[in-house]
Design a protein around this ligand. Structure first.
Ligand SMILES: Nc1ncnc2c1ncn2[C@@H]1O[C@H](COP(=O)(O)OP(=O)(O)O)[C@@H](O)[C@H]1O
Ligand SMILES: [Mg+2]
Length: 236
């Protein structure tokens, strides 16, 4: 049976003052099933980052309900939310946010220390193809390699859900494909639910499900037959 990982009901989020308001999320309803690779696709400013931040408890909503498993994250205190994110969720952003004074392995061990049943850091670094770089520092790595360290740091906690905000926004096409291939493999191997946001329609081809956004609304949800990241052509 397919179980639900995340459910949003009538979620609203506005920014700004009463005089000048931006409706970033306009009555959004969405269900994300466990184990799926979901891509949220939309132009810049359509509310993708706001959606990700609100559904992962990084930011507060104004109205509506959000549950992750059976946790009502819209009604948790900040302290409880921080603890919940630390134990159950993983995050990957366009910026790698690695600690520059620590080695690759030490950066991943920071992630491992947040939970009791972490995976082995070296094993996860092997999964992302970085076994030969354990003792290097971030500045000695390419952008794609640094992003793979941040993926390993998130994955070592065995998060239930991995949230990725434009994870390949700062790397070239070939590097992007290798990063996406790793995410696709980890989704299969660990059955981690992945929610990835992008403005690049090509990237959506690797998803099980494509959520389309425009002007703060979800304008469509499509089921998709995932293509392999490697085989996606970037220009159509
Ligand atoms: N902190 C903020 N303060 C004011 N407006 C914001 C803030 N964050 C986002 N917005 C506005 O909300 C809308 C959605 O933004 P965002 O979720 O970042 O879109 P996307 O990630 O799709 O580019 C945009 O109009 C943006 O300008
Ligand atoms: Mg964004």
């Amino acid at each position: 049976m397919i179980s639900v990982a995340i459910e949003l009901k009538k979620v609203r989020k506005t920014y700004g003052t009463e005089a000048v308001q931006t409706v970033a999320l306009d009555d959004v309803d969405l269900t994300i099933d466990n184990g799926k690779f979901v891509v949220v696709l939309g132009p810049s400013g359509s509310g993708k980052s706001t959606l990700l931040n609100v559904m992962s408890g990084l930011d507060h909503l104004d109205e509506g309900k959000i549950t992750i498993d059976d946790y009502a994250i819209d009604s948790m205190s900040d302290k409880a939310l921080t603890q919940f994110r630390r134990e159950h969720l993983g995050f990957i952003f366009q910026q790698y946010n690695l600690l520059q004074t620590l080695t690759v392995k030490e950066n991943v061990e920071i992630g491992a220390r947040l939970v009791e049943d972490a995976l082995d850091s070296e094993k996860v670094l092997d999964d992302v193809g970085l076994s030969d770089h354990l003792n290097k520092y971030p500045f000695q790595l390419s952008g794609g390699e640094q992003q793979r360290v941040s993926i390993a740091r998130a994955l070592v906690k065995r998060p239930k859900i991995l949230f990725c905000d434009e994870p390949t926004g700062a790397v070239d096409e070939e590097t992007a494909k290798s990063v996406l291939e790793i995410l696709q493999n980890l989704n299969k191997k660990y059955e981690t639910t992945i929610v990835l946001i992008t403005h690049n329609a090509s990237i959506a081809k690797l998803a099980h499900s494509i959520v389309k956004m425009n002007s703060g609304k979800i304008v469509g949800v499509e089921t998709n037959k995932p293509q392999e990241a490697r085989k996606i052509s970037w220009n159509d």
